[in-house]
Structure formats: C-alpha cells, structure tokens
Design a protein around this ligand. Structure first.
Ligand code: 13P
Length: 250
C-alpha cells in the first residue's frame, strides 16, 4: 500500500487578493480530493485569506518560510508562533530559492525545521542538487548533507514528523522535469537513508517530488514507489492544472 499522497502548491511570490479568492474558492469547493492530502503554501500576507476561504473544505494551508528566532528585533521576519495564529499545517524550509537567492545554509534550514516542530507545524524540508552537482555525480552526497543538517537539529526521534521534498534545482521553473526514474532513484535513496536511522519513520515518511510538475508529467512521477506526491510551483497557480495534478496523485 502506498502512503497517503500529499500535493502541495507553492505559490512563491505570486497572487493578489482578487486572484487568490478565485483559486482558493475553487480548491475549497473541489471534489475528488478526499483520498489525498492537499495544501497550498501562500505568501505570509495571504495566510488570513487562505484560512478564511479554506477553513470549511479539505485543503490545508501553509507558509513558505519561517524565522529561526522566536520573537524580537528581526525586522521583516515571521515566527513559528505567528504562523500558528493562522492555523498553518505546513511550512516550507530550505527551498532552493531560499538557499541560493538568500544564502540560507544547511544549518539554518535545520534550525527553521526545528522551529516549526516546536510549534507543531509540519516542516516540508526541500533538498536537491544543481545541474553541475548532478553532472559531477554528487547528487546523493548533496542531498545527504542537506538532510543530515536537518536531522542534527530536529533529532532522529522527530523524523516521523516531517515531509521531505526532493526538488532538483535544474528542474525548478525550467520545464525540465526529472524523469520518473531519476526521481525514484533519489527518493529511494532518501528513504534508505532514513531507514538506517528509523525504520518505522522511513515507512511512513512522505517524500514529494518538485520541479516543473505539470498535468502531463505528474502521473508517471506519482506512480513511482517512493514518490508520495508533489510540490508544485507554477502549475499550482492555475486551478484546473493544480486540481488535475492532485487527482492524478490518487
Ligand atoms: P515549478 O513547479 O514552477 O518548477 O516549481 C517547483 C518548486 O519550486 C516548488 O517548490
């Protein structure tokens, strides 16, 4: 039996109150989503709107980042506790855009994952290699180091409380999806590594694939044994495409 699939939309820095309203209402009223978990990670400013429009349906909402601090003089930052005020279920940490554009190192990603767990929000820990790293045969090594830095912060005992998203950097926003075999290879590797630490957690861990997932590429990816759903960027901004992808995960 496969794990319950999870499809998460990452809106990144997109949206407006009026555009979001249609998208959120469409998700909230959609059928055919009972057999899987669905969430959207929206810009902080729209969490209240997501809560208001999704509260009565089966779709959850989450944030795209979190501060490594609890409170204080950190201009522009948002704490885990603030996210809890808006009943978020998930928070992304370590997205490759945060790693590359905002220079977030592995250790910081681990701390952010810990901060989310402290307030009972599920971290979606993003890992993935660049094209250069893949071509240099370093994919497993890179993914391991990103993942180990998180375990160091959260502890092996919390492995059962996170979601991992494998997002090869070269596939994000490029239209170049990893092939189902490439995705499965890395997902299988991640699960094996987790199993070395905690067999039960490895069995239940959801590992999402992200990187140019579209309605026409989703089905084969989701069929892979260790692919438990997707983290969807661009296609999550289009209601029909996102719902199609969600339904293909069941
Ligand atoms: P795209 O689906 O737009 O490639 O983005 C993937 C992603 O970064 C999701 O977090």
């Amino acid at each position: 039996m496969k794990r319950k699939q999870l499809v998460v939309g990452n809106w990144k820095m997109n949206g407006s109150l009026s555009d979001n309203a249609a998208l959120l209402d469409g998700l909230s009223g959609a059928d055919g989503l009972m057999a899987l978990d669905v969430a959207v990670c929206v810009p902080y400013l729209y969490l209240a709107q997501a809560r208001e429009r999704l509260a009565s349906g089966g779709v959850s909402w989450g944030a795209q980042n979190v501060s490594e601090y609890d409170s204080g003089a950190y201009t522009g930052e948002v704490s885990g506790k603030m996210l809890v005020d808006f009943q978020v279920s998930f928070g992304l940490v370590g997205h490759s855009e945060r790693r590359s554009l905002y220079a977030e190192p592995n250790e910081l990603v681990g701390i952010k994952a810990r901060k989310l767990l402290e307030v009972e929000v599920t971290p979606i820990v993003c890992v993935g290699e660049t094209l250069e790293q893949r071509e240099a045969g370093q994919t497993f090594e890179i993914v391991s180091s990103q993942f180990e830095a998180v375990i160091e912060q959260i502890g092996i005992e919390n492995l059962g409380r996170i979601v991992i998203a494998y997002e090869p950097v070269w596939a994000i926003g490029t239209g170049l999806t990893a092939s189902p075999a490439q995705a499965q290879e890395v997902h299988g590797y991640i699960r094996e590594q987790v199993a070395l630490l905690d067999k039960a957690a490895a069995g239940s861990l959801r590992i999402l694939y992200g990187g140019s997932v579209k309605p026409d590429s989703a089905e084969k990816l989701f069929q892979q044994a260790d692919v438990d759903g997707g983290l969807i960027g661009g296609a999550s901004l289009n209601l029909i495409d996102f719902l199609t992808i969600c339904r293909l995960a069941t």
